[in-house]
Design a protein around this ligand. Sequence first.
Ligand code: ZN
Ligand code: ZN
Length: 263
Amino acid sequence: MGGVYRQRHPEKTVLYRVLFHYFERFVSEYEPRFEKEYGYFRPVVKEVVEKYLDCANPKNGFARVKCSNKKCGAEFLLTLSCKTRGFCPSCHTRRLEEWGEWVREEVYLDAGHRQVVFTIPKMLRIFLKYKRKLLGDLCRCAVRALLHYFHATKGKELMPGIIAVIQTYGLYASAHRGKIRKAGREGKNIRVVEEDTRKAPGKGWAQMIAKIYEVDPLTCRECGAEMRVIAFITECSVVDKIINHLKLDFTAARPPPPSLLFS
Ligand SMILES: [Zn+2]
Ligand SMILES: [Zn+2]
């Protein structure tokens, strides 16, 4: 195969190394050390981490991508990604871009939008720790509260457009807001970015990848013609041959010292 292999190396990142070497220990120590504060260990966490640890692993196979210009014939192999949401930095970033594009292209109306933040009273938080399905009900409660607000202020039923998002990971969480205020008092920069919600021109998958990785994976580097996925290679014997031929390696590097993670 005259093509070029383009390998991502998540196994060299700190996140990967920490999870590869310490995740099992984290799971075994979760109940006595973390359950009281963070709620039951959810099986989905293990599933997501295991998928992430396999993301871009050549052993799972490849997509074969070839230039559509017959005179050129350039091709390369891509490893398969885990496609998990909210965890794998690479896959999540792509899904976030896709979701953002979908909202801009398909959902937003040409009107002003406002952000409204609801917080959960402390006495209710314990229930959400142990019963995550309640988070969906929480969103519905917030939407109902907004509808009541519009009704009360306008004196009539209104049909607003609402996108509800739960923020438990992030800077708006109460644990972080104190740090932000402290940083503000100490004169450190806190920047608020206002998103331009005007419609962006239509973008396909390849353009979104280009936005993230600054390369267009579906444009041939040799001749500029369109690249196409022509096959998926998943048969173990063929995959092993490719791995041996290209001398591919997917080994997590040394872990950070446990003293930095477990005290
Ligand atoms: Zn992934
Ligand atoms: Zn080409």
